[in-house]
Design a protein around this ligand. Sequence first.
Ligand SMILES: Cc1cc2nc3c(=O)[nH]c(=O)nc-3n(C[C@H](O)[C@H](O)[C@H](O)COP(=O)(O)OP(=O)(O)OC[C@H]3O[C@@H](n4cnc5c(N)ncnc54)[C@H](O)[C@@H]3O)c2cc1C
Length: 441
Amino acid sequence: MDRFYNVLIVGAGVAGLNCALHLPTGTRAAVLCKGTPDRSDSYLAQGGICRLQGSEDYQSYFDDTMRAGHCENNPAAVDCMINSSREIVDELVGMGVDFARNPDGTLAVTREGGHSRSRICFHEDCTGKEITQKLLARVEKLENVAVIPETTMLDLIVSGNECYGLIVLNNKTGEVFPVFADYTVLACGGIGGIFTHSTNFRLLTGDGLAVCLKHGVAVDNINYIQIHPTTLYTKSRAGRSFLISESVRGEGAVLLDKNYKRFTDELQPRDVVTAAIYRQMEKDKTDFVWLDMRTIPREEIISHFPSIVEKCREEGYDVFSECIPVVPAQHYFMGGIRSDLNGKTTMGRLYAVGETCCNGVHGANRLASNSLLESLLFAKRAALDITNNYSAASKKAAEEAEGKIDYGQYADPAKLLEEYKQTVKKAIKEAENVKPHFGRA
Ligand SMILES: Cc1cc2nc3c(=O)[nH]c(=O)nc-3n(C[C@H](O)[C@H](O)[C@H](O)COP(=O)(O)OP(=O)(O)OC[C@H]3O[C@@H](n4cnc5c(N)ncnc54)[C@H](O)[C@@H]3O)c2cc1C
């Protein structure tokens, strides 16, 4: 890895990759990731990506997003996302993303909880993997961008509220060193790794949030954490919880209590369904509720949900002939590093995009399948903003800032990352008492 880039991007999920893809070819950039590039939540996305179905769909898509977010969303961010959704999906199609199609060749759409109509494009039940693989293949072909795996951001290099790059760890050699940049983009995903039960990769522990808290970069709504209603219940429950996509319920699956009776409307927003499940588990004194997929035509299950069928089979359940046990688990982070609609944070030369940031688009609760879209769009906007306002950072200021760093604090990186986790947990707890910040324009 070089010691200077024009743009340093932390994270190789859809946000980091799409940011890199929209930088001009003359801009030298590096995309770092903590593990291998396939270990991002972007790879795990099952259900799909929302796309405005036409101008007649605008108001209902807007209202669905706001209703799911308890109207604590930033309306300008929601408007921007909805109006750009067709362009983003078109770009993905242009990159070869193989979305499901209707017999006439148009994009097929499915529905999930909180949506008043079908508007979600999908690729089987592994839309995220399909999108991320295609983006990664494109980025890997770029001569101006290096994807650097097994490299962990430990800190920001800061002076006078400007970011001059990062302190990073080579996971393999243990070497800790500075990397300078004119601009730094945090695209480090969610915080599931700090929870015992989460659908997220365990390595996603909110490091971006922690370094921002450390350096006084503003964060918002960090206690807004989404619990997904349906993950597969297993007795051990160690490791990552396996998600049973909401589109399963969108296609007709129903939730049943211990006596196999329906107890809620399965297509309400996630937080409402989660609360109903918890209430039912308490009433029934059970560790899970049942999800019945037999209400979905067999052919639809086979073509749309092959990964879910396979995972359930591995766990000993045949979705075609029996119900599967499901339980809620941590899933998504609506809060994050405060960023405007171009990804700018409150620190100069520092951007934040994707799940790690909070631009208010999701309000208090994310509407299903808005996250890939939001991550892709605002990452692209950040790349364009950097490009349109580019100015080189002062080399002297960068070196002075680095010269003042006490490297002793990075002597035990594992301990430091554990401390970061505790910082994030503490901040989330404290945020319970802070008035929500929303409605920014
Ligand atoms: C099981 C599951 C299903 C989902 N289904 C959907 C869906 O159907 N539709 C939808 O819209 N959304 C869905 N989501 C949410 C969506 O996938 C994510 O919100 C989105 O992909 C986030 O993208 P991102 O690029 O911000 O982060 P991620 O894709 O999580 O990428 C984060 C990157 O940051 C890197 N990183 C983190 N910390 C560091 C560090 N300290 N140093 C270096 N690198 C670091 C990681 O290595 C990784 O490369 C789902 C999420 C999960 C978990």
